[in-house]
Each structure stands twice: as structure tokens, then as C-alpha cells.
Write a protein that binds this ligand. Structure first.
Ligand code: BES
Ligand code: ZN
Ligand code: ZN
Length: 503
């Protein structure tokens, strides 16, 4: 790992002082303030190399009247901004100070410090394994906390920062790694190496023969033309005390999406290594939670891993697939493959009888167009679940928009010669919404008609769907100065699960 917390304040560390517009004069002379125009405003940074110190402003005074809930002071951004601003220097040791010079409660001060550290560590990470050492971009960061703020740095906080950093970096790394490295043949190994040592984690990998026996006809069709056989991963994280809550996390796991026979035009195929971003997100969350430890919440992570390729054996438009749920699906477009793999993964999730099912998927280009590459689209069938997810996202400042799954659009996915079709009939009709509506058919066991599933009292499960097609990977630098895999969503879902755990 490229980061750590240090107990000792090193002589050659650079001092990072957090200041606001009200207290800036306590730290800097009025001549210097005049000269540098530094006022303590949000994201202002004053670097004084002679005294090895840097001042960071945190006061946000919006001149534009805005009701944008995302437009708040964000310490994650501030921490990242610091690392980005000093990118050309050789600093690796930092002493943080000034988090307690505010009217905020100790709890808020701690959260600010935590997010600041997380932001610093994320801005400092880059996938370097294919570069020579002299071109590597990952920065080494050693943090310590000044005497005046030392009461904020508890063991718990340190643990939380470490767990989230490892989780988010794992997510980003998996997404950034190329598809010849991360694919259905190699993912099991990666899961075992990251989680296998933990006695509270069980790992089940269902291979192609098993999936055939179980009749996961939608998932299997998608992966058929690849040299890498599909695999379904089911990971269970057991809490330390009695189970009071059960959550199922489902992540879309297309390790590559060429589009299949409905091949993507070039330019649109590039970056489709990110199509396992949902699975990578859930993987990172499990990693973080396994280090944080839950008391009463059992967490299931289920991902159907496949590669959507072309070949003589490829599935094709006009095929009618029988899903694991028994519902039949007429293929209209082989590039709408994610929902086919998710259909079977969601069906499998219902059989675990969770309180909530949450899926994350790089599902539609329509989502990206509708909400931009910075936002996640949040859909679902349960108001309470949606509300608490939204609360967690807002607290963590990870941008989401709620998108209603308008019932009027359901006919868009209803078939003539099969139960369902895998695209909307009219592509201009909210592709992200019709995809969500399609998925909703696989969390309601009342619609299932595979008698082998042995469901005695069918249940409609509480479910939320996150379309992360945009937010998982940014073409343009985002607000923490990162382009490529963002790791977004990990923090919010960890927060959401931690809240359930103490409820
Ligand atoms: N993986 C893509 C969606 C995607 C596009 C994710 C861009 C991230 C960035 C998905 O499998 C797909 O190709 N969806 C099609 C569905 C259409 C054929 C109904 C799309 O959105 O164009
Ligand atoms: Zn596709
Ligand atoms: Zn896809």
C-alpha cells in the first residue's frame, strides 16, 4: 500500500493547516494575505515552500444561489485537491492540523478529518503495474496528526480510513485492470486472494456445469461465445453476533462487453472493461466491511461474471432464453446483455431471503446521457429503502439522482412471443428506466415460473437498482481530480450498511 498513518511527526513533514475566512488572520500576516490573495475560501491553497507549510481554505460562500445538495463543502475533495496541487513536489509526509478549529461537533470534525484523508489517498493512487518505475504516478503518503488535533485520531477512525481506502482502491484497480487480466477465468482467484483468509467469509463459485444444471439460461447465453466460461460468485460475510439483518448486493460482472453479434461500433467498445464496475464496487464494499466488521448484518455479494463476445456459438437477436426464474426473454439486441446476467443473479439473490436487494450495474448508455457521467441513477420498488440510500449518498457527497420507474413504460419490455424482451421497444423511451423495469421482474417471486425453484410462499423483495454507467468511470477529471475508475458508490453503500447494522 502506498499510504499509512504514522504516530510520529517527522521533521521533514509538510504542515497542512486547515483555515477558514474567520480565522485565517490568526495564521498568516495581513501583508502575506494581501500579497497572495489567500482568504481561506473553499479550495484555496497557499503553499509556502520555505516554511514547509500549506494552508487550505474551507469556507464556501456561494455567490450563485443554489439549492444543489451536492454543492456543499466536501473534505474528500479538499484532501484530493491538496495532493493534486502538490503533484509536482516530492512531499510524502504530511502533518494535518486545524480540523478542530471550528464550531463543528467532535463527530463532524472526525468525519471531516476522515474524508480528507480518504480523498488524499485516492488522489494519490494510480494503476502503475504496466508502467516503468520512472513513469509511475502513484504517490506515497504518510500522514500524521498535529498535537492540537490528536484527540480526533482514534483507533476506530484510523481503522475506518484504512478499510475504506483499501476497498475503494480495490474497486478502482479491478476496473482499471485490462480484460485479459480480469475475466471470468481469473476473477475467482482474485476473490480468493482478497477475501479467502477471512474466517467470516464464505466463497462459493458456481461453474458452467453447475449453472447449466441450475438452468440459468439468460446468464449462460451471454457468456457462451467467450473462451472464458461464465462463473457466478456468491460471497457471504457473516457478522460477529446474531444475524438481525440480511442484505444482498448484486454487481453486474461483464468483464468485457463487445456488444456481442450486435457489435459495438469502435470508439464505443473502448472502455468496456468497466462493464464489471458493479461487481468491482460490491467487491470493494465487501473488502471494506470485512475489515470494519459488522455486528448483526449478514451481507451477500452475488455477481454473474461473463464476457460478451462474438463467435459461431454466440447468442443472437431472435433467440428466446429461459431465465433461471422461468420467465422467457426474447433477445432483441445482444448488447443489452447486462440485464440478462442480472436477471439470473437477482433471482438467485431472492432465494437467500434478504431484507433488501441492491444492485449496481453499468447498465445503459441512456443513463449516462440522462444524468451525466458524474451521477448515479437510483431506482427501486421501496420508498423507505430509496430514502435511506439517498440519505447515505448525500452524506457521502456521492452524486445520485432518483429516477422513478414509471409504470407507463413497463409495456416497453413486455414481449409478444416471450414474457419479456431485453430492450425497450422504443429506444428513445428512457433506456435506463426500461432496463430498471426489466430487472424488477426478477425480484418479485410471484412472477417466477420455474417450478424447480421450490418457492412455497413467493415474496416481492425490497430492491434498489443503481445504474452506475457514468459514475463508475470518468472520462473527464472529476471533482477529486481523478479520471478513469472513480470508486464512487463504495463509501455510500458502506455507510448505508453500517447504519442498518446499528439499527
Ligand atoms: N455496458 C453497456 C452500457 C454502458 C454504456 C455502460 C456506456 C457504460 C458506458 C450495456 O451493456 C449496453 O450496451 N447497453 C445498451 C442497451 C441497448 C442495446 C438497449 C445501450 O445502453 O446502448
Ligand atoms: Zn452491452
Ligand atoms: Zn454491458
Amino acid at each position: 500500500m502506498n499510504y499509512k498513518f504514522s504516530k510520529y511527526i517527522s521533521e521533514d513533514a509538510i504542515k497542512v493547516q486547515i483555515v477558514n475566512t474567520d480565522n485565517v488572520e490568526k495564521f498568516l500576516s495581513s501583508e502575506l494575505l494581501k500579497l497572495t490573495k489567500f482568504e481561506g475560501k473553499y479550495k484555496q491553497i497557499l503553499h509556502l515552500p520555505e516554511s514547509k507549510s500549506v494552508y487550505i481554505g474551507v469556507t464556501k460562500e456561494s455567490t450563485i444561489k443554489s439549492i444543489d445538495v451536492w454543492n456543499k463543502v466536501d473534505y474528500y475533495e479538499l484532501g484530493a485537491n491538496l495532493v493534486n496541487s502538490l503533484a509536482k513536489t516530492n512531499y510524502s509526509k504530511f502533518v494535518l492540523e486545524g480540523f478542530s478549529n471550528t464550531d463543528n461537533s467532535i463527530e463532524v470534525q472526525k468525519e471531516n478529518l476522515m474524508r480528507f484523508c480518504l480523498g488524499m489517498y485516492q488522489a494519490a493512487w494510480h494503476l502503475d503495474s504496466f508502467l516503468p518505475e520512472n513513469k509511475a504516478k502513484t504517490k506515497k503518503i504518510i500522514l500524521s496528526i498535529s498535537e492540537s488535533d490528536i484527540h480526533l485520531k482514534t483507533l476506530e477512525l484510523e481503522k475506518e480510513i484504512d478499510a475504506l481506502t483499501k476497498g475503494i482502491i480495490l474497486t478502482r484497480e479491478l476496473i482499471e485492470l485490462p480484460p485479459q487480466v480480469i475475466n471470468p477465468s481469473t476473477i475467482g482467484e482474485k476473490i480468493n486472494s482478497e477475501l479467502g483468509d477471512n474466517p467470516n467469509i464464505s466463497i462459493t463459485l458456481l461453474d458452467k456445469a453447475k449453472l447449466e444444471q441450475m438452468k440459468m439460461g439468460a446468464f449462460l447465453a451471454v457468456g457462451r461465445a467467450s473462451i472464458h466460461a461464465p462463473v457466478l460468485a456468491h460471497i457471504v460475510l457473516t457478522p460477529s453476533k446474531n444475524v438481525k439483518h440480511r442484505i444482498a448486493l448484486i454487481g453486474k460482472g461483464l468483464t468485457y462487453d463487445s456488444g456481442g453479434l450486435d457489435i459495438k461500433i469502435s470508439g464505443f467498445m473502448k472502455t468496456m472493461k468497466i462493464d464489471m464496475g458493479g461487481a468491482a464496487t460490491m467487491f470493494g464494499i465487501i473488502k471494506a466491511l470485512s475489515l470494519l466488521k459488522l455486528n448483526h448484518t449478514e451481507v451477500h455479494w452475488i455477481s454473474a461474471f461473463a464476457e460478451n463476445m462474438l463467435g459461431g456459438d454466440a447468442y443472437k437477436a431472435d433467440d428466446i432464453l429461459t431465465s433461471y426464474s422461468g420467465q422467457t426473454i426474447e433477445v432483441f439486441n445482444t448488447d443489452a446483455e447486462g440485464r440478462l446476467t442480472l436477471a439470473d443473479a437477482l433471482t438467485y439473490a431472492t432465494l437467500q431471503n434478504p431484507d433488501y436487494i441492491i444492485d449496481a450495474a453499468t447498465l445503459t448508455g441512456a443513463c449516462m446521457r440522462a444524468v451525466t457521467e458524474y451521477f448515479t441513477a437510483l431506482m427501486g420498488n421501496d420508498q423507505e429503502l430509496i430514502d435511506s440510500l439517498q440519505e447515505a449518498f448525500i452524506e457521502e457527497q456521492e452524486k445520485t439522482v432518483y429516477v422513478p420507474m414509471a409504470e407507463i413504460l413497463r409495456e416497453q419490455v413486455q414481449g409478444e412471443i416471450a414474457d419479456l424482451i431485453n430492450t425497450g421497444k422504443d429506444p428513445s423511451m428512457g433506456g435506463h428506466i426500461t432496463a430498471g423495469l426489466f430487472l424488477s421482474h426478477f425480484v418479485d417471486q410471484n412472477l417466477f415460473r420455474n417450478s424447480e425453484l421450490d418457492i412455497h410462499s413467493p415474496k416481492a423483495y425490497k430492491w434498489a437498482h443503481l445504474d452506475i454507467a457514468g459514475s463508475v468511470y470518468n472520462k473527464y477529471k472529476n471533482s477529486i481530480g481523478v479520471d478513469g475508475a472513480t470508486g464512487q458508490t463504495v463509501r455510500s453503500l458502506v455507510k448505508f450498511i453500517q447504519k442498518i447494522d446499528i439499527a
